[in-house]
Design a protein. Structure first.
Length: 374
C-alpha cells in the first residue's frame, strides 16, 4: 500500500482522473470536517464530533502523496483514505460511536503519521439499524469468511512448498495464495501491524518493522532462487495469516467500511499494480490487480439492494464501468492466470489505468449514498 519516490509521477498521473473530484458532501451534522494536510502538518478543523457518521474533507497542500486515518485505541483503523496526490482533495465518510480516537495524516505514506486527538460524544443509531444495510454487512461478512478460509488453505500450501525447498511449486502458488488476501485487503488493514507483517514491501524497514511475509519470500524465490533459509519467515507468515483470519471473521463491519473498502481496492491498483511496484520480483501484479477488482465488486454487490433503491442511475454506471475494467483486463489473460507485468506496454498500462479511473469516480460516490438516511 505504499508509493515510493521513483513511482510518484506515474502514480500521480494514474490517480488524477479518479480522485480529483469526489463524492457529494454528506448531510452529517455540522457538515464536512476540513483537514489541511501538508508535508509537516495535519490541521483538522474540529477535534470533537457527535456520534454517528462524520465526513472528513482532506486537501493535500504538500508536495508528497499523503493519506488520512481515523484510529481507535490500539491503532485499530476505523477508516482511511490513501494516495491523496499533491493538490488534490478526498472525502472520507466514517461511522464512529462515542469514544476517543486519533486522526493522522501520513505525508509520504510512511510512519506513524502526524496525529491529533478526536473525541466523539453522544449517541446515534447505527447505520445497520436499517435492515437493508444490516443485510449488506451480513452478506459481505459471508464473503470475507469464504475468502479467509481459502487464504489460510492456500497460504498453508505455499508455506509447505517453501519449507520443502520446492521453488517451482512455491512460485506457482505465490500469486494464487495472494489472490484471497488481495480480495479482502481493506478488512485486513484494520488490524494494525498485521497487514505490513504479511504484505509489507521491503520499505517497511523505514517504519521500524522487519521485512517478512509474502514479499520477503517472493524476493527469495525470484531474486535468489533459494528458500533454504526461508522456513522461519514462512512459519511466521502462516502464524500471522491465521491470526488475521480469526480477527477478520470476528469483525463487525460498518456499511461505510464496505463502501470505503471498495474504493480503497481501486486505489491499491492505481498505486501499486499499475506501476509494478507491488510484486517487483515476480511481476505477478495482474493477479493482484484482478483480485482487487473482484474484491471491490463483491463489496458493491453486498450493497447493491441499497444502491438500487437509493440511486439506481449510479448502479447502472457502476455496472458499465466494472464491465469495461473486466474487458480491459481480459486482454491480458494467460491460460488460467495473467501475463507478467513486464509483458505489458505503456499503452496497455494506460488503457487499464483509464478504465480504473473511470470506475473510481462512481465508486467514490457510494459512501455518501450509504450514509444518507433511508
Amino acid at each position: 500500500m505504499r508509493i515510493f519516490p521513483r513511482l510518484l509521477v506515474l502514480a500521480t498521473v494514474a490517480l488524477l482522473a479518479g480522485c480529483g473530484a469526489d463524492e457529494p458532501e454528506s448531510a452529517a451534522a455540522g457538515g464536512p470536517i476540513a483537514v489541511k494536510a501538508t508535508d509537516t502538518g495535519c490541521e483538522v478543523a474540529r477535534t470533537s464530533v457527535d456520534a454517528g457518521t462524520s465526513v472528513f474533507a482532506i486537501t493535500n497542500g504538500g508536495q508528497k502523496v499523503t493519506e488520512f486515518y481515523v484510529y481507535a485505541p490500539g491503532d485499530r483503523v476505523m477508516a482511511e483514505v490513501e494516495n491523496i496526490a499533491p493538490g488534490l482533495s478526498r472525502n472520507l465518510h466514517v461511522e464512529l460511536p462515542a469514544g476517543t480516537y486519533e486522526t493522522a495524516c501520513k505525508p509520504g505514506m510512511i510512519g506513524k503519521g502526524i496525529r491529533g486527538a478526536l473525541t466523539v460524544s453522544g449517541s446515534a443509531a447505527p447505520l445497520t439499524d436499517d435492515a437493508a444495510l444490516l443485510a449488506a454487512t451480513d452478506s459481505y461478512s459471508r464473503y470475507v469468511k469464504s475468502q479467509t478460509a481459502a487464504l489460510e488453505e492456500k497460504t498453508g500450501e505455499f508455506v509447505t512448498a517453501v519449507k520443502a525447498g520446492d521453488v517451482a511449486k512455491a512460485k506457482a502458488l505465490f500469486p494464487v495464495a495472494r489472490t484471497y488476501w488481495e480480495r479482502i485487503e481493506p478488512v485486513a488493514e484494520i488490524f494494525g501491524d498485521l497487514d505490513p507483517r504479511i504484505d509489507g514491501r521491503e520499505e517497511v524497514t523505514e517504519e521500524g518493522l522487519t521485512f517478512g511475509g509474502f514479499h520477503r519470500i517472493e524476493k527469495d524465490l525470484w531474486e535468489g532462487g533459494d528458500v533454504s533459509n526461508s522456513g522461519p519467515i514462512a512459519d511466521q507468515l502462516m502464524t500471522d495469516v491465521k491470526e488475521i483470519v480469526q480477527k477478520a471473521n470476528a469483525e463487525k463491519l460498518s456499511p461505510l467500511q464496505l463502501a470505503n473498502g471498495a474504493k480503497a481496492l481501486l486505489d491499491e491498483v492505481a498505486s501499486g499494480k499499475i506501476t509494478g511496484e507491488e510484486d517487483r520480483y515476480s511481476h505477478t501484479d495482474l493477479w493482484d490487480f484482478n483480485a482487487n477488482i473482484e474484491g471491490s465488486k463483491a463489496a458493491i454487490a453486498s450493497l447493491r439492494p441499497v444502491l438500487d433503491e437509493r440511486d439506481p442511475e449510479l448502479v447502472k454506471t457502476l455496472d458499465t464501468e466494472f464491465a469495461n475494467v473486466d474487458a480491459a483486463l481480459a486482454e491480458h489473460r494467460a491460460g488460467d492466470g495473467w501475463k507478467l507485468h513486464t509483458a505489458l506496454t505503456q499503452a496497455d498500462l494506460k488503457k487499464l489505468s483509464d478504465a480504473i479511473n473511470a470506475l473510481a469516480e462512481p465508486i467514490s460516490q457510494v459512501a455518501a449514498v450509504v450514509a444518507k438516511k433511508a
